[in-house]
Ligand binder design. Structure first.
Ligand SMILES: [Zn+2]
Length: 329
């Protein structure tokens, strides 16, 4: 630099030009930084009317809770539609994209989405990921039959009180993701929790109307353990806690004999599990002179079609309870 000052006018002019271009460079850099900051701010969820928190949820039941609690401030994408079995579900390329694009991910956990564990764990390193069933205190969980790596029974949504805990977990996560609307999430969760409280009482009352000796729920897989314990109905499933576990001839004959000995009138099929296993049991009972009918189809691990009553969590529980009560009364 020194030599510029010692030199003639020409060099001083050159120095001025250089200083100007440095100055311009600094201004350009400042502008770029400002643009980046502004862009980042505008993608903060909920700062303007159009920008919603992008949520991806695994099961329909969880997506429903996220919509109830998030309301107008969220945009929810569910991965598993009606009739889909979460135990066997593998994430497609499209699903991975939906998980990557989400700001918040909700899943059940407790190994329900057994084949998605790795991808969900990977996502949790870069964004808010909440396993809603894992927010329930472990002392309130049932241990599974240790099949398919299942330490705890993941079907917590069938005890409505447990699902209230899951709702609180969704609320807390959204309040963290989007603090600007914390009060709204609180209020929306409160309203939904009130509906769930009423649903819990309704289920208790309807199951209570079934004569005690008939209070036996036989299904294809053991999805109703929490339901049975919470509402006082004995539950038997042909398959274990996960549909990933195989069932054998012994399971079929044991369940058949139980139905015959206890004069059980009806068994239930599930929307997300093929019906053929239960049909084999009905045929077996018939050979022994006992008629068992199909009491109806229950929604176990997936909800009904979108846009129908059963396409919501509350609607699916109500459908199940009404179906069970009608068949066993
Ligand atoms: Zn299941």
């Amino acid at each position: 630099m020194d030599k510029y000052f010692r030199s003639g006018k020409g060099e001083i002019a050159l120095l001025k030009v250089k200083m100007k271009s440095i100055h311009r460079g600094v201004i350009t850099l400042a502008c770029i930084v400002l643009i980046i900051v502004l862009t980042a701010c505008s993608s903060t969820p909920g700062t303007d009317g159009n920008d919603k928190v992008r949520i991806t949820a695994t099961t329909g039941m969880i997506a429903d809770v996220a919509r109830e609690v998030g309301g107008a401030y969220v945009e929810v994408t569910g991965l598993m539609g009606p009739g889909v079995d979460p135990h066997l579900y593998k994430a497609s390329q499209g699903d991975i994209r939906k998980l990557e694009q989400a700001q918040v991910i909700f899943y059940n956990g407790l190994h329900l989405e057994g084949k998605m564990t790795d991808i969900l764990e990977k996502m949790s390193k870069s964004k808010l990921v909440t396993a809603v069933a894992e927010k329930i205190p472990v002392e309130e969980l049932h241990s599974g039959q240790a099949t398919g790596g299942t330490a705890y029974d993941p079907h917590v949504w069938f005890n409505v009180k447990h699902w209230m805990r899951a709702t609180e977990a969704v609320r807390d996560t959204l309040m963290e993701a989007d603090p600007d609307h914390a009060e709204q999430y609180k209020a929306q969760a409160e309203a939904y929790l009130g509906k769930l409280e009423a649903l819990d009482a309704e289920v208790r009352e309807k199951i209570g109307q079934i004569p005690e000796a008939s209070r036996v729920l036989v299904t294809a897989h053991d999805a109703f353990g929490y339901f049975g314990q919470a509402y006082g109905i004995k539950v038997m499933g042909l398959q274990g806690i996960s549909t990933a576990a195989e069932y054998g001839a012994k399971d079929v004959s044991e369940l058949r004999d139980y139905l015959v000995e206890n004069r059980i009138k009806a068994v239930f099929i599930e929307s997300s599990v093929p019906a053929k296993a239960m049909e084999a049991i009905i045929a077996g009972a018939a050979e022994k002179g006992h008629t068992v009918s199909i009491g109806g189809e229950l929604f176990s691990d997936a909800m009904g079609a979108e846009g129908t009553e059963e396409g919501t969590y509350i609607g699916m529980v109500r459908h199940n309870v009404d179906t069970i009560a009608a068949a066993l009364k």
